[in-house]
Design a protein around this ligand. Structure first.
Ligand code: COI
Length: 356
């Protein structure tokens, strides 16, 4: 069962230990699990709705061996970040309602009840506050928040689980790729398909991720950073990398594959589309083919974990296409504009950050 923990409430209602920071070497953060103090859990049965959850000590959870998620992969995840603002400006979350809504859409696709937007926000906010000492100092990284929605009830025949668990944990993170902020090298994998029309590529189901591990491992063995997947029907349209969306830059034009059920609707993707428009670029969401790789000036990836990663090269059918990723690259400017909003270096005129 769940172990309830005693959480000390301070006068201002915040939770956590007395030390402002956990004992972490903040200069060495990568994207690895560093366990924190608390997680949030909320349960509900199949035809019910979620009611009340609680913070518990971070750790193992108990699941029935026949839990829907373990047997049939009935599960979704989300990812969002909390930042510590400069000059003691407190903590901010970046567009958390978008994650809440995306989880609701995914839950519908995966036959699961989902938390309301308010319940999701409440859980995320309390998980971050309880783990406040793990939020890196400004400029050193962020607290990555991982909400999960799992079919926890027992099933044997293929059917939706009878009980569901919504769980939120968090871990301090730095750069996603081992390259840090340096440009990455992608390889197009033609034999493995990430998603198919009518499938679940557009929602954040846990079942979209393990099937790309083998291609990712092969790519890494060959010295590439990550894999870029093509559409499964024509095998010529770019879809996305294993954990991020893809963009191309051609002169003043910015292109990104149009979503339509096979591509994840990234929140960073949507934010970059908007920022690029504000900066005067023409942005087109349309099918982007492998032919577009030939005359692109720049390529970059976006994602919550990845943020904006410049792509130095893409290898396709044994040809290597190289791209500009210098100091003056468009991707640099977009990256700087995005993190300036996230870190609170500029006024957030879009209402994307939520102070907690
Ligand atoms: C994220 O960017 O938050 C994701 O969920 C991708 C994950 C594979 C790290």
């Amino acid at each position: 069962g769940i172990v309830e923990v005693q959480i000390r409430f301070r006068v201002n209602g915040e939770m956590g230990s007395d030390h402002e920071y956990a004992d972490v070497n903040w200069d060495e953060l990568g994207f690895r699990l560093m366990p924190t103090d608390y997680m949030y859990m909320m349960k509900c049965s199949q035809h019910d709705s979620f009611s009340e959850g609680q913070l518990t000590q971070y750790g193992n959870i108990e699941l029935n061996a026949s839990a829907g998620v373990l047997n049939y992969g009935q599960g979704l995840f989300e990812g969002l970040k909390a930042y510590r603002k400069i000059n003691g400006g407190g903590l901010a979350l970046f567009r958390p309602e978008e994650n809440a809504r995306r989880m609701q859409m995914g839950a519908e696709r995966m036959c699961m009840p989902s938390p309301t937007v308010d319940q999701f926000l409440h859980a995320v906010k309390h998980t971050v506050l309880a783990n406040k000492r793990w939020v890196p100092p400004p400029g050193k990284g962020s607290l990555y928040v991982r909400p999960l929605l799992l079919g926890s009830g027992p099933v044997l025949g293929l059917a939706p689980a009878t009980e569901y668990l919504f769980l939120v944990y968090a871990a301090p993170v730095g750069n996603y790729f081992k390259e840090g902020l340096a440009p990455i090298n992608l390889i197009i994998e033609e034999d493995t398909c990430r998603a198919t029309p009518g499938g679940t590529g557009g929602v954040k189901t846990i079942t979209n991720y393990a099937p790309v591990l083998k291609a990712q491992q092969e790519a890494k063995k060959k010295g590439f950073t990550d894999v870029l997947f093509l559409d499964s029907v024509n095998k010529i349209y770019l879809e996305e990398a294993s954990s991020s969306n893809i963009f191309l830059v051609k002169n003043n034009l910015i292109l990104t594959p149009k979503t339509g059920g096979t591509i994840l609707e990234g929140i960073t993707r949507a934010s970059i589309i908007e920022i690029a428009g504000d900066l005067g670029h023409q942005v087109e969401e349309r099918p982007v083919s492998v032919d577009d790789l030939v005359d692109a000036d720049e390529v970059f990836c976006t994602g919550t974990a990845v943020v904006v990663a410049p792509v130095s090269s893409i290898t396709y059918k044994d040809r290597r296409y190289s791209y500009n990723c210098g100091e003056h690259a468009v991707s640099r400017r977009l990256y700087k504009s995005l993190i300036a909003i996230q870190l609170g270096h500029v006024q957030d005129k879009k209402g994307w950050t939520i102070q907690i």
